[in-house]
Design a protein. Structure first.
Length: 131
């Protein structure tokens, strides 16, 4: 943030629990109250995955990965995109930078849940790009 501000760019770093979808609007509202609009979202939420045989994958671990790496990211992005479309000036470019993983293309049996979430996230961001 300091580096961006040194170039005269207004920026903020916000940390929150992306799995708590009920707080997404609150976060976006905070950004809007500070800056008036959203021009850019850097989406890089993820969690460390403990490698293991996919045959040993249990629903609780799968759900935790999907909640963080897919569900939370999708719904936070939707909240931000809606704010971008409503509050941004027509002449201001808007961007979403999605930092994900090569695991969406190069799957691994030791991290199946993670790879699944990243493949689905890549497909989601392709759909967002068309919008």
């Amino acid at each position: 943030v300091a580096k961006l501000e040194s170039y005269g760019v207004a920026a903020a770093y916000l940390q929150s629990d992306i799995t708590d979808v009920s707080r997404h609007e609150e976060t976006v509202t905070g950004v809007l109250s500070r800056f008036g609009r959203v021009d850019c979202l850097v989406s890089n939420a993820s969690m460390a995955v403990v490698p293991g045989d996919f045959l040993d994958l249990v629903p609780a671990d799968f759900d935790k990965t999907i909640a963080m790496d897919l569900r939370g990211t999708v719904f936070f992005t939707l909240a931000v995109v809606k704010a971008m479309l409503v509050r941004s000036a027509a002449d201001v470019p808007r961007s979403i930078i999605n930092i994900t993983s090569v695991s969406h293309e190069a799957s691994s049996p030791e991290r199946a849940d993670y790879c699944i979430s990243k493949a689905e996230l890549a497909a989601f961001y392709q759909a967002v790009a068309f919008r």
